[in-house]
Structure formats: structure tokens, C-alpha cells
Write a protein that binds this ligand. Sequence first.
Ligand SMILES: Nc1ncnc2c1ncn2[C@@H]1O[C@H](COP(=O)(O)OP(=O)(O)OP(=O)(O)O)[C@@H](O)[C@H]1O
Ligand SMILES: [Mg+2]
Length: 601
Amino acid sequence: MKALPSLNRFFWKYPWHIGLGFLFVALSNYFGILAPKMVRIAIDFLQGKKSELPVIGSWEWVKNLENTPANYLIFLGAIILLYTIVRGVLMYYMRQTLIVFSRWAEFDLKNELFQKYTELTLSFFRKNFTGDLMSRIAEDVGNVRMYLGPGIMYIGNLIFMFGFVLYAMIDVSPKLTLYVLAPLPILSIAIFLVSKRILLRSTKIQQQLARLTGAAQETFSGIRTIRSFHRQAAFSADFEKEMQEMYDAKLYLVKIEALFFPIILCLIGLSTILTIYLGGIEVMKGTMGAGTVAEFVIYVNMLTWPVASVGWVASLIQQAEASQQRILQFLNEKPDYDKEAGFSGSMQGAIAFQKVSFHYPDATENALKNIDFSLESGQQLGIVGKTGSGKSTLILLLARLFDASNGNILIDGKNVKEWSGTALRKQMGVVPQEPFLFSDTIFNNIALGAGDESDPEQLKKRVEEAAKLAEIHDTIEGFQDGYQTMVGERGVTLSGGQKQRIALARAFIGRPKLFIFDDTLSALDTDTEHKILENLQQETKGITTVIISHRISSVQAAQRILVLNDGNLAAVGTHETLLQQPGFYKDLFEKQQIAEAEGDL
Ligand SMILES: Nc1ncnc2c1ncn2[C@@H]1O[C@H](COP(=O)(O)OP(=O)(O)OP(=O)(O)O)[C@@H](O)[C@H]1O
Ligand SMILES: [Mg+2]
């Protein structure tokens, strides 16, 4: 057990829940053993043996009651009922404290994990599957909660009940106690073995369930592709295969579970028979009252559940330990650097790459090799190059989503590692190659880039301004719900170009000092592209911009153009100088000239 002690902090965080919880456990068990005593007194009374009731036994009216046996028995019954009700109420509060505590701990732990996820690096998300991240937040935290809640509660219950019942039993007859307790350890071990299998199986079922949901989710997201390739039947067959495995696993579980209760009942029965047999002998010898045997039978039955729960709790703790280990693995994962520390002043936007090389974690070849260039603040940089030549990678390094393997990247003469990550990204407006829109309104998707603008009027103005710059305002107004239109999973499906422009507006709204467009205008027709570029030129005067594109027309105005080839910087220059030399840029320009001319015909 190494991981579970790390959960102890929750006990200190909620001391009242824990303290009161155990008080209720103790009290409810105390009332639990009072009822069987009354049963003994009642049966002994019927056999003519009178014993004094505790506390109230000396009261005059109680003594008088003993003279009318029927009333006295009803009176004893009423006391038993009263004890049971008190016990029930106490058990209610025991759950209200201990189980509620575990829900609070679960709440904290889930938030902690989620917060952690948001801080971790991109490489972390490449290493771990989404399904795995989700299951740690859902299943594993759930397992840990089972330990913190029911686990702790049953352990406490077991300790107190065993203490009280054992004391009461030994008080009445030590010898009988020994006999009737003999089968209980067997019961515990048997249940441990069975519940271990049950848990193992349930884990398998959980995993299978994760695969099923994963398969279903992927099918639904890819439904267009599946339909257009007419692969419905194949996907259904795959799903059915997974479902069949699920079915088999579940059926096996049901079979084991079906064994569970008969085993418990069998062993309880064994203890009960032993009690009655051995107790009966004592009663015949006259050394014990029949009431005592009845009392014992009740005790034995009271003990069985806690003892049965030992095995269950033991396997539950094992499961929680494994889950907590997995959780800790993530919680102890270090973010690559402290996002707040470092320089957080305002950015001018001068960029310099000094002999920068980079290879992706676990990739063999360098994605960027010895890249060296610089750009003054306020200038425009164009980047062209074949697909896979490293253009997007260069941006990832600039935004410090990855650190360069070799060389330095400077912004305003400062290494990006000296900048505070927060300040760096706040002042940088990146429109990624594959923009992601959240399942939310268009308004909120754009406003996401506004950071912490709190004035709603101001925010509305800024969102519309940004949308106009991105040439998407009119389109949005044309939607039935305007800016309140839902996009993403639950809303309208936007065209590729519309998505790109919303992402563009999202970057505009942040008023960055350094603009980066990764192939952002690719899905737009040339007219719209020109309009946006014009808007850009006016709005981004004096703002450094980096434009990645496959179209010469998007980059030709730039003061500096990089041509990347296979991770190398093949050429640097302006539109004019690059056209002077044979190579990728000149070829691309000529091809696009011809295509444009053909388009015009
Ligand atoms: N996360 C990654 N892990 C490993 N290799 C990667 C990763 N992302 C990209 N690569 C590889 O790095 C190289 C450069 O990729 P990059 O995305 O920078 O190309 P690009 O120039 O942006 O291409 P495109 O024009 O198609 O967008 C490619 O060979 C690609 O396979
Ligand atoms: Mg790219």
C-alpha cells in the first residue's frame, strides 16, 4: 500500500465529517446489541426466569407490568422497536457524514485531476489516449471514492460491531462464543476470493465499455465518411463483435455473483446451526437459558454481514490502491515549466531563430534543421514549403508549445524560455491550421480569445469588430440565431472556410502583438482572401505577422519569405528576390499564375 496514504489529506480536510461519522458508527452499533438482550430477557421471562431490565428495571411501574405477562411482552417488544428506530436514525446519519465525505473528496479529486490535465504538455496528450484520461477521471476516482466512503465506513462498522458483540457474547458465554465464531474466518476468506474475481471481471467490463463507447463515438463523428464509403454494415459488425465480448464478460460476472449469496447464506446457516446445537446441549444440561441461545443466534446473524464485508472491503481496497496509483501517476506529472514565472512585459514582436533544430519526441528525424533567420518588429513574414516541410512545427516552437532541441528562439531579443508562458501566449494570436470550435455559440467561440474582458457591452462590440475584420460578420448575421447560433457537435455545421474565419476572429479579438496564421486562408476563395488580407494590412500595421500559406498571393507582400524544404531553410528573401532564383518558390508562383489565368478564361 503506497498510494492510498496520499488520500489521508482528505481526512484532515473534512475532520467533522469523519469525527461525527465514527461517533454515529459507534452509537448505532451500541444500540444494535441492545435489542438481542431484550429478546433474551423476553424468552427467559416466558420460561419463568426473571432478569432485571437495565436502568428502568427498578422503576415501580415496570415491576408492576411483570405481573401481566402479555403486557410485559408487548412492553419489551416496544423497547426493541425503539432501539431499532434509534439505530436506524443513527445509521442514516452515519451515511450522511461518511458517504457525503467521500463525495466531497471525489469532487476535490476530480477537479484536481482536471486542473492538472489542463496544465500538462502537448507531449503528454500525445502519449496518453483521450479514453484513458477520461477513465482516470471517471472510473479511477470512482474506485478511490469507494474506498474513502463505503470502505472506511464498513471498516469502522466492523471494528465497533465486533468489539460490542464480542464483549456481549463473552459476557454471556465464552465457550459458545468460541464455537460459533469458528466458521466466520472461512466465510471471510471465501468472500474475499469471490469478490476479487468479481472486481477483476468488473474491471474487464469497464475496459470493454470504454472500448465500446470509443467505437461508438468514433463512428458517430465519422458518420459522413462511413456513409459516403458505404461502410455501415462493416461498422455495425465491428460494434456487434465488441458487444458480444461485453455480453460474455457480463454473463460470466452474473454467474459468479450468483454464487456469492448462496455461499454467504450457507455459512451463516452453519454458524446458526452450531449455535443452536451447542447451545441446545447447554440448555438441556440446565447450564444456559433458551433466551441466551436466541440472543446468540441474533448476534451471529449480526456479525455475518460485517465479516462478509471484510472480504469485500479488502478487494475494494486493492482496487482503490491500483486506481490511486494510476491517478498519482498523472498528478505527479510535471508541467514542463512554470507558466507564470519569467518576463511578462509587453511584446514588440521581433523574432529571431538561431540555428534551431527540433525533433518530435520519439521521432527519429529532425522536423526542423538548423533554421536561422530574423524578423524586425512590425514586419511580415511569409512561410511557404511543401506539405510536411515543417511550417506548423516552426509555429509550435515559437509559441513554446514545444521547446527547441537545439539553438535559440528569441522574441524581442529574449529567449522564449525567459518569457512567462502566460504573457507569451496572451500577446500572440495564433490561428491554427485545424481550428477547433467548441460546442457553444459563435459569440462565445470568438469571445474565447478576448481573455478577461468583463464588460458585456464592450465584449459584444469587440466580438463584432473582430468578426467584421475576419469577413464573417455578414455570414453570422445571416444565420437565424445570429451570434447565438450554436456550433460544433450540437449546432450548425459550418463550412471549412467559415470555421477558419471564426478562428481568425478569435485571434483578432485578443489584439495580439504577434499574429500567426497557419494556412488559415486555405479554405477561402481568392476574393475573400484578398479582402481579409486588406483588412489585415490596415489593422495590423506595425504588428508583426507570420503567414503560412500554400498560395503565393498570401505571402508575396511580406518583407521576408522563408521557403522550407524537408525541415531545411531552402531559401530566404522577398517576393522579388525569390523569383530571381530557380527553385520551389519560382515554380510555385508560375504554376499558380497559370492556374489563375486559366480560371479567368
Ligand atoms: N506530433 C508530431 N510527432 C511526430 N512527428 C510530427 C508531429 N507533427 C508533425 N510531425 C512531422 O514533422 C514534419 C513537419 O510537419 P509539419 O506539420 O510542421 O508540416 P507542415 O509544413 O506544416 O505541413 P502542411 O503544409 O501539410 O501543414 C512532418 O514530417 C510530420 O510528419
Ligand atoms: Mg502545417
